[in-house]
Ligand binder design. Structure first.
Ligand code: SF4
Length: 484
């Protein structure tokens, strides 16, 4: 592998590096054919366009010429400047906003602006703002005092002012130096131990394969970045070593860091044993699943949401008309997608859901994880459901995720619906789909609906995806009772 001493660092590379050092390295040297498409970058870009669009004013322009003309908003400035060690730093400033000050163009200056998703301002936002701040300072020969961060809250664009401090600039320069070291190395930095980050990363296929092959501790469900460090401290460096240690020894060692670590030592050992031998371990052989086995039929329920505006836009149900043992042909199972086009139309949605639940009164409602019951109960309460009604619905829920966790230790990296369904051999009809992709489809469909009468076909894709989520939940329930 040839190291790259000339590659300019840009905001995209810095962003990647802040998320994961390895990701930045792979962006330069990785085999691009191994990269997966993910919906996250498109969602992020669309969100940015929405936020910036909101900031737009009549007086705007593009590039440095617009700064010279003193436009209020300037888009698309591309800059190059050697911020560290004569290495060129390239900055793509999607938007800057005019403010007071004294720049080379007159009695005004520009401040950097960025859009963020997520609940709070993170290190990534601060450093990117600092970088764009330094680049614009260099151009206008005036120090921007503040940067703006835009984000959406319940469809309203909020603006936060962030002071651009010397501390931020120092942290940025240190980061750029470390990033430079990483990309000059011939070998990639290690796989991050915080594997949650990997779920939305386009390099995950490649990294997952390496982590599994080399028995990384972060592969074990229940072991995050902090626990990897603790285990390393007590001399456990891979899954094999964890699978072989005696429970009392591990507990004794982990207790020193807090009983919360010691208390899950047997769970960690069992999980690593299951993953290293690729075998399922039954934790609770006596558990009876009578409510599943004896039910005359079942409703299976799954929601799709837009988390940015806290909007559950699709409540999908499938109904199994017979006892789970009798159902042979899944293609004939009826799927009912209940759409909630706008947040303020949930009154109508609640009536439809209530009608569906009442039509099949005696049937348990299967779901995977806690999101569905929490959302449905909240919806009912907002719509004035009585406590009697709410209690009756609560009694019908059966959480298949909870049952799996109670009864089985499985050779999977996490206990999410996708991982467990994959373990039992279920495949989604549409490949490489996830909640983010469904959200992207939804937003695109809504946009097509707003713009004209020719709706995109995305709604069908969302229904297929949601239906498959319901069927996956059902198949896991079936697998659970088949193991008895
Ligand atoms: S998959 Fe994970 S380890 Fe690999 S580059 Fe992405 S975030 Fe880093």
């Amino acid at each position: 592998m040839k190291c790259n001493k000339t590659k300019p660092i840009n905001d995209h590379l810095l962003r990647s590096w802040i998320r994961c050092r390895r990701k930045a390295w792979l962006e330069i040297y990785g085999d691009k054919q191994k990269k997966l498409w993910t919906a996250h970058s498109t969602l992020q870009l669309n969100h940015q366009i929405d936020c910036f669009h909101n900031l737009s004013q009549k007086s705007y322009g593009i590039g440095i010429k617009a700064c010279e003309e003193g436009k209020n908003i300037v888009y698309g400035i591309r800059l190059k400047f050697p911020l560290i060690n004569n290495r060129i730093i390239k900055g793509n400033l999607p938007i800057v906003k005019k403010t007071s000050g004294k720049s080379i163009w007159g009695n005004f200056s520009y401040q950097p602006v960025l859009a963020r998703q997520g609940k709070k301002v993170t290190r990534e936002h601060r450093l990117i703002l600092s970088m764009t701040g330094l680049l614009i300072n260099n151009l206008q020969k005036y120090q921007a005092q503040k940067g703006l961060i835009l984000h959406k809250e319940n469809e309203i664009i909020k603006v936060e002012k962030i002071r651009l401090t010397n501390n931020m600039n120092t942290e940025l320069l240190e980061s750029l130096l470390n990033l430079e070291k990483d990309i000059e190395s011939k070998t990639p930095p290690p796989i991050t131990s915080n594997r949650k980050k990997c779920t939305i990363c386009s390099w995950r296929k490649d990294c997952d394969a390496i982590a599994i092959k080399e028995g990384y501790l972060s592969e074990v469900s229940g072991i995050g970045a902090k626990r990897v460090l603790l285990l390393n401290k007590i001399g456990i460096n891979n899954i094999e070593e964890l699978a072989q240690i005696k429970h009392y020894k591990l507990k004794e060692k982990l207790d020193k860091f807090g009983t919360q670590h010691g208390n899950i030592s047997s769970q960690l050992i069992l999980q690593s044993q299951s993953q290293s031998t690729n075998k399922a371990i039954n934790l609770n052989p006596k558990k009876e699943l009578n409510n599943l086995k004896k039910a005359k039929g079942l409703l299976i329920y799954d929601i799709e949401s837009d988390p940015d505006i806290k909007h559950d836009f699709l409540h999908g149900f499938i109904r199994l008309p017979n006892n789970i043992y009798k159902e042979k042909n899944l293609n004939k199972i009826k799927y009912s997608p209940l759409l909630n086009l706008e947040k303020h139309t949930e009154n109508f949605l609640w009536k439809r859901i209530k009608r569906k639940l009442n039509q099949h009164k005696g049937l348990p409602i299967l779901h995977y994880g806690e999101t569905e019951p929490i959302s449905l109960i909240k919806l009912g309460l907002r719509q004035g459901a009585s406590s009697h009604e709410i209690d009756a619905i609560k009694k019908r829920f059966i959480d298949i995720h909870l049952l799996i966790r109670e009864c089985w230790c499985l050779p999977v990296r996490n206990y999410g619906l996708k991982s467990i369904a994959e373990f039992i051999g279920f495949e989604w009809e549409q490949s490489n789909t996830d909640g983010a992709r469904a959200l992207l489809w939804w937003r695109q469909w809504k946009e097509s609906r707003r713009l004209n009468n020719i709706y995109s076909k995305n709604l069908n894709s969302i229904f297929k995806y949601n239906r498959d989520d319901c069927i996956a939940t059902l198949m896991i329930a079936k697998w659970l009772i088949d193991q008895e």
